[in-house]
Design a binder for this molecule. Structure first.
Ligand code: SAM
Length: 305
């Protein structure tokens, strides 16, 4: 069926169509398998792929750590390498549960479609997880995934920890894959080209305040609250020196940069005590850009899976 559909596309678009020539055979095969022998659907999907749409947004699902998650253009498609952050969090949360002899409370900052939190709960059912995201559309996708996997988790619409309920104690561990990077560090023409990131919700892929701007906001927000939580953040390919500078300038008194594989860094740190550093530092311009790219919620909401 794939060969037949590709021949028909070549006739329609012209055999020298640059997008058609650049089509990755593995992507075509993945779409053909997911199209379930429906040739018309496959042709529609291949056209969407040729225009740069991520495969997971086309098929409506992706697999992460052996679990299948629903996704659509409302939410970021989890990067497979974030599995290393998930492994680290599971290991640390297991240790914390042993030491404290109680269920560890985890906060997933930027929970997106919920894949990281649900993979962690699946591996470590004792963990309690609160998923936070400032994008209500992404939270709706997370709620759907939590329900599908029957793994309850509390989901809260929140800019950083602003809507953290006062009835919940400080998390033992905070983790996340906040947006990071810029055009010089983010795009990888062989793997994820620029169009991949441009297909994601803007607030999920492009950090405000520079390539580590959101990471910095997270550290400062934790310090302002006086939380002693252990923090684990994915930092992708950002250079170690930039991450060390970030941790130092934000006032982390205890930090470590770990590379579980080449070209991937995780920042582990704590913010000890209330910080004397600057208050929340979204600049006026940042706030305006946020208003432009985000639907403005009328009230903060919680999403029950
Ligand atoms: C790179 S995506 C990762 C999503 C998800 N953790 C995953 O790996 O699939 C970053 C997420 O952070 C959220 N985000 C960005 N800035 C935020 C903020 N200030 N407060 C809460 N969430 C934020 C975005 O809406 C997005 O869902």
């Amino acid at each position: 069926m794939l060969a037949r559909v590709l021949t028909s596309l070549r006739t329609e678009l012209g055999p020298a169509d640059p997008a058609l020539l650049a089509l990755d055979p593995a992507d075509a095969l993945a779409l053909a398998l997911a199209a379930d022998a429906d040739a018309l659907r496959l042709k529609r999907w291949l056209k969407r792929r040729l225009s740069g749409e991520p495969i997971a947004h086309i098929t409506g699902r992706f697999t992460f750590r052996g679990l299948t998650f629903a996704v659509d253009k409302r939410a970021y498609v989890t990067d497979p390498e974030v599995t290393h952050l998930v492994s680290a969090v599971i290991a640390r949360a297991t240790d914390l549960a042993h030491v404290a002899k109680r269920a560890p409370l985890l906060a997933d900052l930027g929970v997106g479609c919920g894949s990281l939190a649900l993979a962690i709960r699946h591996a470590l059912p004792v963990a309690r997880i609160v998923g936070l995201d400032l994008d209500p559309d992404a939270l709706a996708v997370a709620a759907r995934n939590a329900a599908a996997h029957r793994l309850p988790m509390r989901l809260i619409e929140s800019d950083l920890f602003d809507s953290w309920p006062s009835s919940i104690r400080a998390p033992d561990l905070i983790y996340g894959d906040p947006p990071w990077g810029d055009a010089s560090t983010l795009y990888d023409e062989t793997g994820r080209p620029a169009c991949h990131y441009h297909a994601m919700p803007p607030v999920s892929a492009f950090p405000l305040g520079g390539r580590t701007g959101v990471h910095r906001q997270i550290l400062l927000a934790v310090a302002r609250r006086g939380w002693q939580s252990e923090i684990w953040l994915n930092c992708g390919v950002l250079p170690h020196a930039a991450l060390a500078a970030l941790a130092q300038s934000a006032g982390a008194t205890d930090f470590e940069i770990i590379s579980p594989i080449p070209a991937l860094s995780l920042l582990r740190c704590r913010m000890i005590g209330p910080s004397a550093l600057v208050p929340k530092t979204h600049s006026r311009n940042d706030a305006q850009s946020l208003k432009m790219i985000l639907p403005q919620p009328d009230s903060r909401r919680e999403f029950e899976p």
